[in-house]
Write a protein that binds this ligand. Sequence first.
Ligand code: ZN
Length: 234
Amino acid sequence: MQTNDTALVVFSGGQDSTTCLAWALSRFNRVETLGFDYGQRHSIELECRTNVLARLREQYRDWSEKLGQDTLLTLNVFQQLGETALTHDVEIAMTQSGLPSTFVPGRNLVFMTLAGAQAYRRGLKHLVTGVCETDFSGYPDCRDDTMKALQVALNLGMETRLVIDTPLMRLTKAQTWRLARELGGQPLVDLILEHTHTCYKGERGHRHPWGHGCGVCPACELRSAGFELFLETE
Ligand code: ZN
């Protein structure tokens, strides 16, 4: 049975989806997580994922009681479809289409459809995703319009009433840090800094003030600029 206070969070182990998970845990009574192993070049993301979940359970007793099962789906179809900088060893750059080579066409559409199917089966009402159109790299599948259209399509196609929640849609990276602090205090900011993964190159490497990563890829640049602004605007 689907009740209003239940949610499925699309959780990758990055800064954004960890903040979304905290957001869902502070709002809903039963929260489950879903992740995808889609042949990412770097399995570090999947390691961070498990680690972040374990630490959230350990540090936040209230949330731990609400946090239900985690599911990891394996999808190797994106590699079969062709090369992107996230799944293959190609350079991270702008392509002729005006989108970065890290864009995996259809990825979020497929992820959200599978998340819808999982939510349906598990009786969960809300689908929570960390997509954002403020600081985003121009990914069309992160747009608010895309998510609204998907919500309609999923509900029509499954004869259900799922709600897609996108708590970060209008936030800058600095505001996302602020939201994390509102939800879980400084310990959550520290947990995200230390244990989440954002770097496109899969490097943990050096611990910068904003966390681990190569420091030069677009994802690291965005994360470091956002964190600096967060500190400056305290
Ligand atoms: Zn990086």
